[in-house]
Design a protein around this ligand. Structure first.
Ligand code: AKG
Length: 277
């Protein structure tokens, strides 16, 4: 994929609340991303352990500002950031990126939630926010791929409470939403991107398979939705987009020493209680 999205893709996103882009990263870019994150000691040592209701954990490394590394180039690329601008019809800025790493056999589940369910508490007035999940590994039903309820972004924000160490949506409303909307398992090849709206209900199952399920998730806010409170993610900060070629140019560059990661006790809208990489 070389150019930002077509009008048909944008219409699909508006209708469904999500959009798959196969080959968002080509084979070489995907391989560079895999090489970088598998051997990235900083990324792994700053992972927060997010436990699900069964006590299984996802290793979540999260940073607010894109760095001079492959993750930063992906997040700033025309292909990802430029596509976001078309989807959200505004200038976007980087709200944060995270690596959501579920290890084989022990990787945890994510409860049903909307990202805006808790971003709302960060002083973001509008849900004009979205994320792009980029598959590092093949994502399958067996290794806990993301699941979405097609069209559920149209219901608006619903109440969230704590479920285990995660923020989960009101269970009674979720039960009704599962009845009303189609449940889609987001099985993806490495390098596929899933753009999804901040009010789209999504979750994922535990990874009880023999394969890892890692995903890079780049999250964006819009310039006209500058959060009115200072919090643990950035207020409007101009994003310097780069051409898609910057991804190959930087190569398998892992996190640089200057990068800052979010610490578990800096986040007051989700409940992540343990740093244990
Ligand atoms: O990694 C996953 O399966 C889901 C992650 C997620 O929902 C989130 O970070 O909000």
């Amino acid at each position: 994929m070389t150019t930002p999205l077509t009008d048909e893709q944008i219409a699909q996103f508006n209708e469904d609340g999500y959009l798959f882009v196969e080959g968002l990263l080509d084979a070489e870019e995907t391989s560079l991303l895999q090489q970088a994150c598998r051997h990235d000691a900083a990324l792994q040592s700053h992972a927060m352990a997010v436990r699900d209701a069964e006590g299984r954990r996802t290793n979540l490394s999260l940073w607010n500002h894109p760095g001079e590394d492959i993750y930063g180039m992906i997040a700033r690329s025309e292909r990802v950031a430029g596509s976001m601008e078309r989807l959200l019809r505004d200038e976007v800025y980087h709200y944060h990126s995270k690596l959501s790493a579920k290890q084989p056999r022990v990787g945890g589940a994510w409860e049903w939630h909307q990202d805006y369910g808790y971003w709302y508490n960060n002083g973001c007035l509008f849900p004009t926010m979205a994320s792009c999940f980029i598959a590092v590994d093949e994502c399958t039903k067996e290794n806990g791929c993301m699941q979405v309820l097609r069209g559920s972004h149209k219901i608006g924000r619903i109440d969230h409470g704590f479920a285990g160490e995660q923020t989960g949506a009101d269970p009674a409303r979720i039960a009704e939403c599962i009845r009303v909307f189609d449940l889609v398992y987001c099985e993806m090849k490495p390098g596929t991107g899933l753009f999804f709206h901040s009010n789209l209900l999504h979750c994922s199952d535990a990874n009880l398979s023999e394969d890892p399920r890692w995903g890079l998730i780049c999250c964006y806010n819009t310039k006209s939705n500058n959060p009115y409170v200072k919090h643990h993610h950035p207020q409007y900060t101009p994003l310097h987009k780069v051409p898609n070629s910057a991804i190959k140019e930087i190569g398998a560059q892992p996190t640089q020493a200057a990068q800052k990661f979010l610490q578990q006790d800096e986040d007051d809208t989700t409940r992540r209680v343990e740093v244990d990489a």
